[in-house]
Design a protein around this ligand. Structure first.
Ligand code: NAI
Ligand code: MG
Length: 347
């Protein structure tokens, strides 16, 4: 099986290098790695953030492990040349419509959470966020109203097929965990949300074993801080999911700890840490590679049928933390490479 490694820019190459070592240490016979440029690194070498050969590799591969993009040297470029277009382009081109973000607090890191340890320790959930629709992809523009004022607009819409396929991912994810699904919307004001809720309720008939609930997004934001332990799986749209998943990540400690998967209808996926390219610490060996290593574990489980190795990697991360491995974001002083070595040793 072929893994596409797309390190990107900033701390991306640093965290991918340690993750590759961990994957190689598993000695899985059938794994091949191929690396390609993406984001700012690709723009500087080829003039495009997602060059055709990178997209081609991503299409050929069984799974993609992505670092991060967001080189500030590219800030002044037109929108279509900016590094972030590479990740949006990959999601769209590969039909990766479901974003899974587990948020769980390693007990060793209870002090790192923004919440009180006794509240934070309850967190063990997955947010399933729709990734290809909603207000991000609707018609957008800038116009001048009759009285000469500038007006920006972004259309929010979902059709029922888009809702149904993400709802199914939500239910399937719940089936594999605690069998509780909370659908988050704003059905008291938005038509999009009314359709969302109707379709989720229809889909629930296929999953009689899952306990379904509904919550308005503003209440969900509050509940995530008040009592995060009540959630098992949340399914929600692109905009609400973007915000809630970042919020949930802070409940679970450092941004350097959290993995994610972006999946299509089959088994292909793109796996990446939830953080960006962290230009403020890039090139200094300060980045925490654990989010990327945990993303690789998700890749082994969902796309490569190596659930046992996935669990080995996760257990090794827990053991490394228990043994005191701490990068600066976790209050320690270990370098990116030392963190990688701590995981290798635990493995
Ligand atoms: P960021 O996630 O890159 O950094 C936020 C803060 O967290 C920084 O202080 C950074 O040093 C710290 N941080 C992030 N990852 C860390 C790690 N592994 N270990 C230790 N500390 C870590 O978000 P920011 O600063 O908003 O964005 C920087 C660039 O990254 C922007 O150009 C943004 O567009 C891009 N970005 C890219 C993403 C992607 O590639 N999927 C996702 C989010 C942002
Ligand atoms: Mg975000």
């Amino acid at each position: 099986m072929l893994i596409a490694l797309l390190p990107g820019d900033g701390i991306g190459p640093e965290v991918i290098a340690q993750t590759r070592r961990v994957l190689e240490a598993l000695s899985i016979d059938s794994l091949d790695f191929e690396e390609a440029l993406v984001g700012g690194a690709a723009y500087k070498a080829t003039g495009h953030p997602l060059p055709p050969e990178t997209l081609d590799l991503a299409k050929r591969a069984d799974a993609i492990l992505f670092g991060a993009v967001g080189d500030p040297d590219c800030d002044a470029l037109e929108r279509h040349l900016r590094p972030e277009q590479a990740i949006l382009g990959l999601r769209k081109e590969l039909g990766l419509f479901a974003n899974l973000r587990p948020a769980k607090l390693f007990p060793e890191l209870a002090d790192a959470s923004a919440l009180r340890p006794e509240v934070a320790s309850q967190i063990d959930m997955v947010i399933v966020r729709e990734l290809n629709g909603d207000v991000y992809f609707g018609e957008k523009g800038m116009r001048t109203t009759a009285d000469g004022k500038r007006e920006g607009y972004d259309i929010m819409s979902y059709n029922e097929d888009e809702v149904r396929r993400i709802a199914r991912v939500g239910f399937e994810t719940a089936m594999a965990r605690g069998k509780k699904l909370c659908s988050v919307d704003k059905a008291n004001v938005l038509e999009t949300s009314q359709l969302w809720r109707d379709v989720v309720i229809e889909t629930a008939k296929e999953y009689p074993d899952v306990a379904l609930s509904h919550m308005y997004v503003d209440n969900a934001a509050m509940q995530l801080v008040r009592n995060p332990g009540q959630f098992d799986v949340i399914v929600t749209g692109n905009l609400f999911g973007d915000i809630l998943s970042d919020q949930a990540s802070m409940c679970a400690g450092s941004i350097g700890m959290l993995p994610s998967a972006s999946l299509d209808n089959a088994k292909k996926g793109l796996y990446e840490p939830i953080h960006g390219s962290a230009p403020d610490i890039a090139g200094q060996g300060k980045a925490n590679p654990l989010a990327t290593i945990l993303s690789a574990a998700m890749m082994l489980r969902y796309s490569l049928d190596h659930a046992q190795e996935a669990s080995r990697v996760e257990a090794a991360v827990a053991r490394a933390l228990a043994a005191g491995a701490r990068s600066p974001d976790l209050g320690g002083s270990m370098s990116t490479q030392q963190m990688g070595e701590a995981v290798l040793e635990a493995l």
